[in-house]
Design a protein around this ligand. Structure first.
Ligand code: MN
Ligand code: MN
Length: 319
């Protein structure tokens, strides 16, 4: 019998090493996220100013050797996503509220994205549980070959079992180097079509349970932006300065107005020009209907041969 031993070429070996280095960076980002998650317990209390949470989370990420992959989001009650403190924010956490803290860490562009819901005597502790249980069942079922819409169906059913509504226009997403939202999504609802999940992919899996309509609308304000790959002339020097600083520092990842306000005195003017010209993408604050409550849970996973590895959780910690 002619047995041919498979030998790896130099290129294949180099590629494997590169892949492994990439996953090590994801894991490092994940470990930083785990530490920040633990600190949140003490920080998210009635009376804490929201800006203190945002600043603390972002500086902790840096102290631990990472960089914020996007501004820390603190979304209260019916706000589902994209709220970060504007400069001089005076918002304080109030009793009887539900607070989602969503943050991202990156190490050389490799991102760990995670979120926790805090129930400040909202009277909706089951809502938080619904989002968390939906996340658990989603993660338990992620493996190569399973389709993204099958995971969406599991999330949908779990949240409905609790008597709540999943938010249809927010989803889990593929992560990539300096890219927060890749081509594939993991929906929160049952959809007719999906794509197979593949080994080596990295997903931020996130679930949203709502007491409201399950759809979000855009508020008329934004505090988070991202530079789009558009090159057209700008009029104001502050706009040029913003473009230069933001592209150097954030490399296409989202950033907060709060992060640049000291360096760019006329920042509002710059933002106005750049968003009008389509050079800056603005992440409008997203909310479900008035008086509704929204809970979120999120972890980042690496898809393995037979399941997935949760990088934003300590080994041994229970989902
Ligand atoms: Mn997130
Ligand atoms: Mn996410």
């Amino acid at each position: 019998m002619n047995e041919k031993k498979e030998e790896k070429t130099v290129e294949e070996t180099e590629e494997e090493v590169e892949e492994e280095e990439k996953f090590e960076k994801y894991r490092k980002a994940g470990q930083i996220a785990v530490k920040v998650r633990k600190q949140l317990e003490q920080l998210v209390r009635v009376g804490t100013p929201v800006i203190e949470i945002c600043n603390r989370v972002e500086s902790l990420i840096k102290e631990l050797g990472g960089s914020p992959a996007f501004p820390c989001n603190v979304s209260i009650n019916n706000i589902a996503a994209h709220y970060t403190s504007p400069p001089n924010d005076e918002t304080v956490l109030e009793d009887n509220s539900i607070v989602k803290v969503d943050f991202g860490v990156h190490v050389d562009g490799f991102i760990a994205d995670t979120a926790i819901t805090f129930d400040l005597n909202s009277g909706f502790e089951k809502l938080k549980e619904a989002a968390e249980e939906a996340l658990r069942i989603a993660i338990e079922n992620i493996k190569p070959g399973v389709k993204t819409n099958d995971i969406g169906k599991l999330i949908h059913e779990k949240i409905r079992e609790y008597g709540y509504t999943p938010i249809r226009d927010l989803s889990g997403h593929l992560l990539d180097e300096y890219s927060l939202h890749g081509a594939k999504i993991i929906p929160n609802i049952t959809l007719p079509h999906g794509e197979p999940i593949e080994v080596g992919e990295v997903y931020a899996v996130e679930t949203f349970a709502s007491t409201g309509s399950g759809t979000v609308h855009e508020k008329p304000y934004a505090y988070i932006y991202r530079i789009l790959p558009v090159r057209i002339p700008v009029r104001f020097s502050s706009s040029r300065k913003l473009l230069k600083l933001a592209s150097e520092r954030f490399k296409g990842l989202p950033f907060a107005e709060r992060w640049l306000v000291k360096d760019i005195p006329a920042i509002r003017l710059a933002i106005k020009e750049l968003t009008t010209k389509g050079i800056l993408y603005e992440y409008r604050v997203l909310a479900d209907e008035k008086e509704s409550m929204v809970a979120q849970a999120e972890h980042t996973v690496i898809v393995t041969e037979d399941g997935c590895e949760i990088i934003t959780m300590d080994k041994g910690e229970e989902l």
